[in-house]
Design a protein around this ligand. Structure first.
Ligand code: KG4
Ligand code: ZN
Length: 355
């Protein structure tokens, strides 16, 4: 028996069995952020994100440059995450990695690194779907949503409504047929000369303007979305107004941003309302980079008041791409015994289950 002064109450159950902590290292490299996080028994100890500024000058993510930057960043990012968490590598239980969806070259860097480290430490790998992880980011901190809930996941590459029956049963009930909401923000921003990614800047400028310009709302059946028509409408609107007045953009930028944001938010909230009605659910969450948008957040809060919804919006750092959400998903799969073989390959297209 250890002397009482050395007794580690947290790790010993009356001398019968030593409870080991489940320490997950998570690696995310699906797009242009290299991220690593460490989670211990469901609690985040570190979450390090290296953003790649190189894409700004190209007005969008350049896949080849993203892969190269991941190669440069991955070791230091993982190293800092491990140091911050103060968990030695030998105490890791498993490594969770983003298998997809995403840019193949970017995914290969994260997957290859995770495989090599897992082999050297002789620990299992856990594959995570990036889009599921955006939803499961809600379980990192309180308040956690109650099941079943609906989650609107809106990012640069995806726009979907997910029915979450349990942490391991997530089904897409609506998705975009063309562009994603974040992509629409970014492309509209590019047309207006704003730097990539333009979503946060449009959000900022929109708060200084009013939605005086009207754009067409697409009519898409069911719970699916479409944004390509809106994108084209914005392009023609800017072209025609600029032809009439070459100073139009400069003098009306805030109102244009407010009008674009209001239209996108309206499309998203209307579909969410429809889904909530169809599935008779009043627990509603938002996730993904676009959930940082102030118009969407306010729209959700207003709708929640009107329809008596319980709403869930994760902290900003867990909305945009991060490895903490990969760790959360990985931890839940670890508890369920879902491990991946070391021969695992990344998947650029990695669809979630549909209803
Ligand atoms: O989830 P995320 O970080 O990466 C992807 O998986 O795509 O989402 C990035 C997207 C970009 O399109 C970016 O413009 C958008 O989220 N975004 C925003 C805001 N913050 C980030 N869009 C509108 N308003 C914001 N405040
Ligand atoms: Zn994402």
């Amino acid at each position: 028996m250890p002397a009482l002064s050395n007794f580690d109450a947290e790790n010993i159950t009356f001398g019968v069995k030593r409870i080991e902590k489940t320490n997950i290292l998570a690696i995310e490299s699906s797009c242009d952020d290299t991220s690593a996080a460490v989670m211990s028994d469901g609690k985040i100890l570190s979450n390090v994100v290296a953003t790649q500024d190189i894409h700004k000058e190209y007005g969008g993510v350049v896949p080849e440059l993203a892969s190269r930057a991941h190669m440069e960043n991955i070791l230091p990012v993982v190293d800092v995450a491990i140091q911050k968490a103060k968990i030695p590598l030998e105490e890791l239980s498993a490594i969770a990695l983003t298998r997809g969806p995403g840019l193949l070259g970017s995914l290969i860097v994260g997957t290859g690194f995770a495989k090599g480290l897992a082999l050297s430490l002789d620990i299992p790998l856990i594959e995570v779907n990036h889009m599921e992880a955006h939803v499961l980011a809600h379980f990192i901190e309180e308040p956690k949503p109650e099941f079943p809930f609906l989650c609107l996941t809106v990012s640069g590459g995806h726009t979907q409504i997910v029915l979450v029956k349990s942490a391991l049963d997530l089904r897409v009930v609506g998705t975009t047929r063309d562009d994603a909401a974040g992509e629409t923000f970014d492309k509209a921003g590019k047309m207006m000369g704003l730097a990539y990614p333009a979503g946060p800047m449009i959000d900022k400028l929109a708060n200084e303007g009013n939605p005086v310009f009207k754009f067409p709302i697409p009519s898409v059946e069911g719970l699916d979305f479409s944004f390509s028509g809106l994108k084209t409408a914005i392009l023609y609107f800017l072209r025609d107004r600029q032809a009439e007045d070459s100073n139009f953009l400069n003098t009306h930028l805030n109102d244009i941003c407010s009008s674009i944001q209001t239209t996108i938010v309206h499309i998203l909230i209307e579909k969410l309302k429809k889904a909530a009605k169809e599935y008779d659910i009043n627990n509603v969450a938002i996730a993904g980079g676009v959930s940082a948008n102030s118009g969407l957040r306010n729209g959700l809060i207003e709708t929640a008041d009107e329809l008596d919804w319980n709403t869930f919006i994760p902290k900003f750092e867990y909305c945009t791409d991060n490895a903490a959400m990969i760790a959360m998903s990985g931890y839940l799969k670890y508890l369920d015994g879902q491990f991946a073989p070391h021969t695992i390959k990344p998947m650029a297209r990695f669809p979630m289950a549909h209803i």
